[in-house]
Design a protein around this ligand. Structure first.
Ligand code: MF3
Ligand code: CO
Ligand code: CO
Length: 301
């Protein structure tokens, strides 16, 4: 799904690095930086891949499979279903489509995270912020649940997640889920060449805090496509005009985690499950996004 072009705000610092305002510099001339043709650009010592057309084609297909799997979950999810059942359905449907579930065994031997993720999807109910592990507990009336799916198709990664509401949920909870979705959409609106990562984070943070919620800081969106988690980190808070500049053919996720209470989190003894420190509810929505010449293409929509 493509979204029409946005441009840099007139008073924003010009993309060319002159230090002048955009309106006093490149406005009316070239409106955004020329695309980079090498396939990397540096950030804090880590390379951001600028994807080739062939890679974009592969990531698009993988992202569309991820979308299809989420659609399947949406059709079947209900009170009484266990998160292990969701995991098994997605696992077998992923393989049936010639793909591999990226979470399964992810993180093995990497850094301090020595425990490989044991399942094929992440299921994060209620006070779980992210990286919840599917289990045999049945979903109950009043639960909210994030299902996060990443598949690897022909070596390319597509990553997305949605919230599901089980039965009757209080308006207050429903609102958290809706505002979090709006946060993702407002972040997406900030994607166009010459804008910056800080503009995305700022738009999300403003909206969440306006509603009295907090933005989780311990987890971020990320470059994606050739690997599961690539540079750059996409923070869901920040300052306008700061951070890495967006360039055509970058691919990354936005996946705001928004808490009803404080932003603090805690990791359970399983080494993965991130929960809110205060036990309050948390919500998250995620898409894989391509920066295009004219704006953004939502690859998982
Ligand atoms: N899909 C998650 C993300 O959005 C990462 C899950 S890692 C796992 O980045 F190992 F927990 F699956
Ligand atoms: Co992600
Ligand atoms: Co994800």
């Amino acid at each position: 799904m493509k979204i029409a072009a946005n441009t840099l705000a007139r008073n924003a610092p010009c993309w060319c690095g002159s230090g002048k305002k955009f309106k006093k510099c490149h406005l009316g001339k070239e409106q955004s930086p020329p695309p980079i043709h090498e396939n990397k650009t540096q950030t804090q010592g880590k390379s951001i891949y600028i994807k080739t057309e062939e890679q974009i084609d592969g990531i698009r297909k993988s992202s569309q499979l991820t979308k299809k799997l989420l659609d399947m979950v949406e059709e079947r999810i209900a009170e009484g279903v266990t998160t292990n059942e969701l995991d098994q359905w997605v696992h077998s449907e992923t393989l049936a489509n010639g793909a591999i579930p990226a979470p399964l065994n992810y993180g093995h031997g990497k850094g301090r995270r020595r425990v490989p993720f044991p399942k094929s999807i992440c299921t994060s109910p209620n006070n779980v912020i992210c990286h919840g592990i599917p289990n045999n507990q049945a979903l109950q009336n009043g639960d909210i649940l994030n299902v996060d799916i990443t598949c690897i198709l022909n070596g390319y990664f597509g990553d997305a997640s949605r919230m599901f509401i089980i039965g009757d949920v209080p308006d207050k909870t429903r609102k958290l889920v809706e505002v979090t979705r709006e946060c993702l959409n407002l972040g997406i609106e900030q994607i166009f060449p010459s804008n910056r990562l800080g503009d995305i984070g700022h738009a999300i943070q403003q909206h969440a805090e306006k509603h009295g919620y907090s933005v989780v800081r311990d987890f971020a969106g990320h470059g994606v496509g050739i690997e599961f988690h690539e540079a750059p980190q996409v923070l869901h808070y920040g300052q306008p005009g700061k951070g890495e500049m967006l360039r055509e053919n970058m691919v990354f996720t936005i996946e705001p985690m928004i808490n009803m209470g404080s932003h603090e989190c805690r990791i359970l003894g399983d080494g993965w499950t991130a929960v809110t420190a205060d036990g309050e509810l948390s919500a998250q929505w995620e898409h894989t996004l391509l920066v295009t010449e004219s704006g953004v293409d939502i690859l998982t929509a």
